[in-house]
Design a protein around this ligand. Structure first.
Ligand SMILES: NC(=O)N[C@H]1NC(=O)NC1=O
Ligand SMILES: [Zn+2]
Ligand SMILES: [Zn+2]
Length: 488
């Protein structure tokens, strides 16, 4: 448990509503501090929101009378998680999620930075004007830092000036869909649109994230004929989105990524495949492209690593997402790929909706909203399901902090390192808890989270954003003082 000692002989600052720890110069001590150079026993010195020194225990000699120390004992001190794939739906669909609720859930889950997806809010973030609305909505309302992906849609793909304006306005990169997105003002792009946009992204050196599924039958139907199959069965839904849809999309994409190599027309651009579910042919295609030297990375999400299609109860639409959760053997292959480095990073794809849209009573997998609500549970979920594979704290930091920071171009985040912002999560790996109705939930719609009802290990004790203690054992700072992040 947490051994908290705060020596306070220096005059304390007046209590700040931004932080549950009213100091701007202090040390965090622990037996397990995860740094890029390995896990050490020692202390991290934080001043004015930044990390100014990291000292191993044997070299740490501070005068306790003049120093503020928060000692977390055996608990793990890690870089805060960076979730590069979350739908916060603000402005415009705040009844689904929102900046205050989503960033509180993030803080409770050890996430210190979110990159917000350009769709599910209204308007979608596809123009400079829409980005301005996003930033306005985020100001003074976020408990963790929030950056923004812009949307690549046919309209701006065909109009380099409007794409440049969106990039100039500060999105960290772009995101597009190769299938209908489910959101009317976010139409899908073809590989021809993507090809057209890549040279612009190359000039800006920013990534394109792609939802990689394509329609296979040319009449554009994703769903089987009504009544042909039982819509309450997950296997029916699975048949509507076979792995071949991911494979076909990725096949198209890796033709384009050839141009990201040195001397290519898109040298400097980077392609990132979001939420890979198919660990078979699709994954092999990505591996092959990486081997050739293409600039390409891939993420998967905890729900693909935690659940298997055959275990999803009939009618339990909390598990509906796209691409779908596949069979248990596929899940094992995803773990192999993650552990072997072929999958680069993890993200939540947190995509809640109003509970009615999940049609939990009817349990119709074909009609329910596709999206998993998970933001607050990504740390314990990754740890709980990963422990049996022997995952390490360093791997967690790589998948959830270092690689995501690199993708989003966040140079001063993603590692406990001198000069970085003090974005830190403190958590207890052996502490287990039941996600039942007594659990103090911070998600907006707990009834639709696929994790409710499970027992998880790995409890978040404290979350620091830029040195502010924004979450501590169920409590949040009273003011939302984290920041919108724009590309500079
Ligand atoms: N619009 C939206 O959030 N879609 C997401 N949901 C999901 O399950 N996959 C997605 O791409
Ligand atoms: Zn998607
Ligand atoms: Zn998504």
């Amino acid at each position: 448990m947490i051994l908290k000692k705060v020596y306070g002989f220096i005059p304390q600052l007046p209590s700040s509503d931004c932080s549950l720890l009213p100091h701007n110069h202090y040390w965090i001590a622990s037996k397990h501090i995860v740094t890029p150079n390995g896990t050490i026993s020692g202390a991290v010195e934080i001043k004015q929101g930044g990390i100014i020194s990291i000292v191993a225990e044997e070299n740490w000699h501070v005068n306790p009378w003049f120093t503020t120390v928060v000692n977390y004992g055996e608990a793990v001190v890690m870089p805060g998680f960076i979730d590069v794939h979350a739908h916060l739906d603000d402005p415009g669909r705040t009844e689904w999620e929102g900046f205050p609720s989503g960033t509180k859930a993030a803080a409770a889950g050890g996430v210190t930075t979110l990159i917000d997806m350009p769709l599910n809010s209204a308007p979608s973030t596809v123009s400079e004007e829409a980005l301005k609305l996003k930033v306005q909505a985020a100001e003074g309302r976020v408990y963790v830092d929030v950056g923004f992906w812009g949307g690549l849609v046919p309209e701006n793909a065909e109009n380099a000036t409007s794409l440049e304006r969106l990039l100039d306005a500060g999105v960290l990169g772009l995101k597009s869909f190769m299938v209908p997105s489910g959101i009317n003002d976010f139409p899908m792009t073809t590989s021809a649109h993507i090809k057209e946009a890549l040279p612009t992204l190359a000039r800006y050196k920013r990534p394109l994230l792609v939802h990689a599924e394509v329609l296979l039958d040319h009449d554009g139907k994703l769903e089987p004929e009504d009544g042909v199959d039982n819509a309450r069965s997950y296997s029916t839904y699975l048949k509507t989105r076979p792995a071949s849809m991911e494979e076909a999309a990725i096949n198209q994409l890796i033709t384009l990524t050839k141009e990201t190599r040195a001397g290519g027309s898109a040298e400097g651009a980077h392609l990132h495949i979001v939420h890979l579910s198919d660990a078979r042919t699709s994954l092999n295609l990505i591996k092959e492209a990486k081997r050739r030297g293409d600039s390409i990375t891939v993420e998967t999400c905890p729900h693909y690593l935690a659940f298997a299609a055959e275990d999803i109860p009939d009618g339990d639409t909390r598990f509906k997402c796209a691409p779908p959760i596949r069979d248990a053997a596929n899940k094992e292959k995803l773990w192999d790929a993650l552990l072997g480095g072929d999958i680069d990073m993890l993200s939540s794809d947190h995509s809640p909706a109003e509970p009615e849209m999940k049609l939990l009573d009817e349990g119709n997998f074909l009609k329910a909203w596709g999206g998993i609500s998970s933001l607050q549970f990504v740390l314990p979920a990754t740890w709980t399901y990963g422990r049996k594979y022997g995952i390490t704290f360093e791997q967690l930091a790589s998948w959830w902090s270092e690689k995501p920071a690199k993708l989003a171009g966040l140079n001063t985040k993603g590692a406990i390192a001198i000069g970085n912002q003090a974005d830190i999560v403190v958590w207890e790996p052996d502490l287990e808890f039941d996600l039942d109705n007594d659990y103090p939930v911070h998600v907006k719609h707990p009834s639709i989270s696929a994790y409710m009802g499970s027992r998880l290990a790995g409890k978040v004790l404290a979350t620091f954003v830029r040195g502010n203690l924004v979450y501590k054992e169920g409590n949040h700072a009273s003011l939302a003082c984290a920041l919108p992040i724009l590309h500079r």
